[in-house]
Design a protein around this ligand. Structure first.
Ligand SMILES: [Zn+2]
Length: 303
């Protein structure tokens, strides 16, 4: 087996995970929200639950054994994710203060009070999810297309890891949270969505954990609408033509529609041949590490 070769799906348990892990996890997290759609604590509980299930599965049945992290790396990543999740919650609070009033005013002046609150909650959830993902698709595509946006969002930090696992969902530069949490806010506040917004946030955060996981998962059927880890790992390739695909981190539908979908097993992940240090990752808004292969070089207009 070469350095990053994917393990075959053999044995009862591996096959069980292959076919059922992603759909079952999604059913569980959506149900946990649906039972009490306004309980905000569900969001953090779901993150912890999904991470535990995926972390255990990666430990026992890693897709790429070379990507399994040792105890020291795991502790470092968990610590970083906890700190960065706190940053994300702080950005969320800031947006709440900054955007609630102006977007509420926009809603009133443009007559955007059209959200179908009387429709089934699950339908509303998928509407918010897909609309937010549509905005994220173009923001993410812009990050990879324009050097200025790449630097401002420090998106290279997220791509710079050579090993991927479920925890990578939360390994983003603190600055990037100003980008990551924006789409759902725009949809929620522009249309005055209500409790479906929390459900969509829970679905999105679960999906982003699953798509980074180091487990072999099925892509058939589920991969028509939702992103699977095979598709998202392709986006983390060190090869530019493979990396500039699959921008939808939770829904793959928009890549399929806008012609950026790619289904391929990659040889290597990261931004270059070696992984930058934590300090170099932190400085990425100002300085690109040596040998970066996937950062945008131009600033010309056009996607
Ligand atoms: Zn990216």
């Amino acid at each position: 087996m070469s350095k990053t070769e994917v393990a075959p799906v053999e044995g009862f348990l591996r096959q069980g995970l292959f076919y059922f892990l992603q759909p079952l996890l999604l059913v569980v997290v959506i149900s946990s929200w649906y039972l009490d759609p306004i309980r905000e604590q569900t969001y953090l509980l779901v993150i912890i639950f999904v991470q535990l299930v995926l972390g255990l599965s990666e430990q026992v049945f890693p897709a790429r054994p070379a990507w399994s992290s040792n105890a020291k790396e795991k502790i470092r990543n968990v610590t970083l994710v906890v700190m960065l999740t706190i940053s994300a919650l702080m950005v969320t609070e800031l947006y709440q203060v900054w955007l609630s009033e102006p977007l509420g005013a926009v809603r009133k002046s443009l007559g955007l009070n059209i959200w179908p609150h009387h429709w089934p909650l699950l339908v509303q959830l998928f509407m918010v999810f897909l609309l937010s993902e549509l905005i994220w698709y173009w923001m993410h595509r812009a990050e990879h297309r324009w050097k200025l946006v790449w630097r401002l969002s420090a998106h290279g930090s997220h791509h710079s890891f050579k090993k991927l696992g479920a925890l990578n969902f939360g390994l983003n530069h603190p600055l990037e949270y100003f980008f990551i949490v924006l789409p759902s806010f725009l949809v929620e506040l522009t249309f005055g969505v209500g409790s479906a917004a929390l459900g969509a946030a829970i679905l999105t955060v679960s999906q982003t954990s699953i798509v980074h996981s180091n487990i072999v998962l099925n892509t058939r059927w589920i991969g028509l609408l939702l992103t699977t880890n095979r598709y998202h790992i392709c986006h983390h390739s060190i090869v530019l033509s493979e990396s500039n695909t699959n921008y939808g981190c939770s829904a793959i539908l928009w890549d399929r529609l806008f012609g950026t979908f790619l289904d391929k097993t990659i040889d290597d992940a990261g931004t270059g041949p070696t992984e930058p240090t934590l300090w170099e990752k932190f400085l990425m808004p100002f300085k690109e590490p040596e040998g970066t292969t996937i950062a945008p070089v131009g600033s010309e207009v056009g996607l």
